[in-house]
Design a protein around this ligand. Structure first.
Ligand code: HEC
Ligand code: HEC
Length: 321
């Protein structure tokens, strides 16, 4: 994908330049330089511009609409787990993260993988595990990988509470319809140039280290993370969706620095995603005993740096951060 974009970009730029003729040379220049960004922007960043035919969006009900009933109690419990997974589902968590670190505003924010856009899309086939997954199994996946923990049993109180919260939040959302704002906006989101570690490090130091720490290990206050770790032993593991460059770049572009999403250029977002994911993190729980074999089986993708060598270190082999 990255390659085809490369081959296309200059041709597209030339075509634009040729068409615009003498009328607006400066416009053609800027269009050319942001060519790779065009499809991504048009297709995704749209909180305000639902122009796409498929782009129906959805607004979840306000929190104070949670009813005062036994069901409402379960919804509140699910919300508590989602926002403070460490306290409310401790047995299943193996790192310093919480669900809402990556699913912002307690799973309500568009373009931050909101829960209301997920609910109506399950059960679905996932190539990650090669079968049809229920919503419960999808939740289990984020515990196992993103939270580097253990999957709660499908009918356990933790899963029932999370399902109740998500179901409540999705009231009135259509089923089987890909709503605008689902996931992270990565469709057609390509790096103008191949992502680069040194440039990414610069972006990190300038835009991220202030909150996430110079060493990417996050920051704590009173024993709790206020800024989550981006790599290292307390972060998501090598099996998590966020370790893939496209997910990370899209999440970062739309949502980071926190509160200033959309500020980074596409190139900066890809570069810093590569820098972040070129560091060690907990082992993939599907590890077969060999990094090379694990890469072959589960990471056979340009979007995964697992099993590749960066700065002389084999990623996935542990230790150096
Ligand atoms: C480190 C970041 C991270 C954390 C922490 C995390 N997730 Fe996720 N989650 C992701 C990514 C990445 C995806 C895939 C998004 C995509 O494909 O665009 C995802 C997807 C999902 C989906 C499916 C969304 C959809 O539209 O199909 C659900 C449901 C989900 N997560 C629930 C949870 C729950 C519950 C927790 C806490 C127990 C959690 N996640 C913690 C990163 C995270
Ligand atoms: C102003 C502080 C701040 C800045 C600057 C900032 N972040 Fe974050 N970031 C946060 C907070 C807080 C969260 C968790 C959000 C939540 O829980 O609501 C977060 C979450 C994340 C996550 C998902 C959770 C995890 O630990 O993996 C990633 C990835 C991330 N940030 C990357 C970045 C990158 C890359 C930059 C620089 C481009 C950056 N952030 C800049 C505050 C910041």
């Amino acid at each position: 994908m990255m390659h085809s974009m490369h081959a296309w970009a200059p041709a597209f730029a030339l075509a634009l330049a040729a068409c615009s003729g003498s009328s607006q040379p400066s416009a053609s220049t800027s269009a050319a330089s942001s060519t790779a960004a065009v499809p991504a922007k048009a297709a995704t960043t749209s909180t305000a511009a639902p122009k796409q035919a498929v782009a129906k969006t959805f607004t979840p009900p306000p929190i104070d609409a949670i009813p005062d009933t036994p069901f409402g109690k379960m919804v509140r419990e699910g919300r508590a787990i989602f926002m403070d997974t460490q306290t409310h589902a401790k047995a299943y968590v193996g790192n310093g993260l919480r669900c809402s670190n990556c699913h912002l505003d307690a799973g309500r924010l568009a373009n931050a993988a909101p829960m209301w856009a997920a609910w109506g899309m399950y059960p679905t086939y996932r190539s990650k595990n090669g079968h049809v997954n229920t919503f419960a199994e999808r939740l289990q996946g984020c515990f196992r990988y993103s939270m580097n923990g253990k999957a709660p049993p499908p009918d356990s109180p933790v899963i029932v509470a999370l399902e109740s919260y998500v179901y409540w939040m999705s009231k009135g959302a259509p089923t089987g319809v890909a709503l605008a704002g689902r996931g992270y906006p990565k469709k057609g989101f390509k790096p103008p140039q191949p992502p680069d570690y040194a440039r990414g490090q610069h972006v990190f130091e300038t835009n991220c280290a202030l909150c996430h720490g110079k060493d990417g290990q996050g920051q704590k206050a009173a024993g709790r993370y206020v800024f989550p770790p981006l790599w290292g032993p307390q972060s998501f593991n090598w099996g998590a969706g966020m370790h893939k460059l496209d997910n990370a770049a899209a999440f970062i572009k739309a949502n980071m620095p926190l509160g200033r999403g959309g500020m980074l250029s596409d190139q900066d977002a890809w570069d810093v995603a590569l820098f972040m994911n070129a560091h060690e993190r907990p082992q993939d729980p599907r590890f077969t005993g060999s990094v090379a074999e694990t890469r072959k089986k589960f990471h056979h993708s340009k979007m995964s740096l697992y099993g590749t060598v960066v700065n002389g270190h084999l990623l996935g082999s542990g230790s150096p951060r």
